[in-house]
Write a protein that binds this ligand. Structure first.
Ligand SMILES: [Fe+2]
Length: 240
């Protein structure tokens, strides 16, 4: 019998429990500007069902020269603030490394880099053209046991499905930004995101949240059918 009470108005619970990409350590990059903003974002993520967050400050030679000690200090400060506010969520920190000659040199020099899970290393590139060192970087880093995770492949102007396939054949994991699915960056980024979802070429979903405005958009995205479809892929998020 029809009943108003049977109407499913609740947002379906997406079983994504671990986020692997965000900018929640205030003052380290272009992410949250204060501990209060971090709490605002984290409250949204908790509401979405996340139980663990790996936050990933930018490491970029020209702009954000973050080192493990500074990142660890930022993490400890945020953890204390969360505890003081009675928010229960597991936090870890790694980094989002920008691929350029400096990162390539760090790999060649076998410097230790921040990873999460089983040696997953999150990296990004410039948005215009494929870095010259891309293939050699993938080869060298993989040889050292790193499992490379390319942040938001859908956002790079140079990315094509052919290039994506080649990178995957080289063992690169793909982390799609959830916000790309809703069209937050651009129509073409959204299109590429949907193509990658269609192919099943998504290994991780990431919030890439920089501020509370984005976490509100992310929350609203839970109802989006493409987001739900992405969540139903064989993602590695919950294995961490
Ligand atoms: Fe990011």
């Amino acid at each position: 019998m029809f009943s108003l009470f049977n109407k499913k108005t609740e947002v379906p619970k997406i079983p994504l429990k671990v986020d692997i990409h965000s900018h929640l350590l205030a003052g380290l990059d272009d992410g949250v500007k204060s501990l209060e903003e971090a709490i605002d974002v984290i409250n949204d993520l908790v509401e979405m069902g996340f139980e663990k967050l790996v936050t990933t400050p930018h490491v970029m030679n020209d702009t954000y020269r973050n080192e493990p000690t500074g990142i660890q200090n930022g993490l400890t400060e945020l953890e204390q603030h969360l505890a003081n506010n009675g928010i229960n969520i597991e936090l870890q920190a790694a980094a989002e490394y920008y691929l350029d000659e400096f990162l390539y040199a760090r790999i060649i020099n076998k410097e230790s880099l921040l990873t999460f899970g089983d040696k997953y290393l999150l990296f990004e590139t410039n948005f215009i053209s494929e870095p010259l060192q891309m293939k050699e970087f993938i080869f060298q880093a993989s040889s050292q046991g790193y499992r490379l995770v390319l942040a938001h492949p859908e956002r790079y102007g140079y990315m094509t499905m052919e290039k994506a396939e080649d990178l995957r054949n080289r063992g690169v994991f793909f982390q799609l930004n959830s916000l790309s699915i809703g069209g937050m960056y651009s129509k073409s980024v959204r299109k590429m995101a949907l193509q990658l979802i269609d192919k099943g070429w998504v290994d991780f979903l990431g919030s890439d949240c920089h501020n509370p405005v984005q976490s509100k958009i992310l929350k609203a995205l839970q109802k989006n059918k493409h987001y739900q479809r992405a969540c139903s892929l064989s993602l590695l998020n919950n294995t961490l």
